[in-house]
Design a binder for this molecule. Sequence first.
Ligand code: TYM
Length: 333
Amino acid sequence: KPRLYSGIQPSSDSLHLGNYIGALLQWRAMQDDYEAFFSIVDLHALTNAGHDPSTLAAASRGLAAQYLAAGVEPGKSTLYVQSHVPAHAQLAWVLNTITGFGEASRMTQFKDKSQRFGAEGTTVGLFGYPVLMAADILLFDAEVVPVGDDQKQHVELTRNLAERFNARFGETFVVPSGKYPEEGARIYDLQDPTSKMSKSAATDAGLIWVLDEPSATRKKIMRAVTDTGSDVRYDWASKPGVTNLLEIYTAITGLSVGAAEDEFAGKGYGDFKRTVADAVVGELEPVRARALELLADPAELDRLLAGNAARANEVAEATLKRAYDAVGILPRG
Ligand code: TYM
């Protein structure tokens, strides 16, 4: 089976609906057809301004519980914590040496984050974030990388680095492709449907958290901003609020946009939102319940993560050795 790689940062206790739709729904669907590796990218999370050492470990464990609850099956896939596999940081260093300062400077996520984080938060680690991500992917010879479309530029950088490395040092890495969901490639904030749903929003009124109480989720959807007019139509330009809800609805139900528009023809926004809320709660409620159940036994989760890290480590070590050999490093005798 071809290899697949993806990851999420443990940057808060709970995933939000953007992560869930942009990443986890795809992962669940793809894990039968690929040998999949799903990581909890804790080293990446260190680059966030306001990183809090007292919450990171619990967030990593919590993310593992949510992966499992959302349907990642440890019998089929490998799920592990990035820092448990040392080769990530090691390969990132090698890739740093072939990454142009200019090309890294062009990453829009870096530019956005450095604006938000200010001078103090704009660290070399933040600058190197996409290079570490490239190392994640290349270590596993991944052919496919399912992510939300905000990660396209990082996947393109990864492809460029793999090709450059192979050309300069000989065939070493598999050149990966990104896979972006057709529906729900990007989920927007329910209160501000022109900015993407992100934990950095000013308030969380427009964010749905996987671990929210179902009643809170329902309330947020009922209060989502809609647009002038009353028809439910897919149109980002004039109806971003409604269109975002349609995007969420179709991603979860698997309906086409046309079928969803037909379903709501002649109905008002109230009915529409109630139906979307039912679908979202129906999807997330069992995931939340299962995640909380798993978190009740942290020792068992940690055991599972250790076993999976050992598996990931074997693959990663072999690739790192190939890369070290290719650049001419003296093997430890
Ligand atoms: P992170 O934690 O920022 O995002 C995790 C995943 O969620 C998707 N996503 C969204 N999708 C749709 N709508 C949104 N509003 C939304 N917000 C986030 C992201 O596209 C992503 O798929 N840098 C990666 C983590 C990473 C990674 C990797 C991914 C590190 N190494 C290797 C793949 C392969 C990231 O964006 O994390």
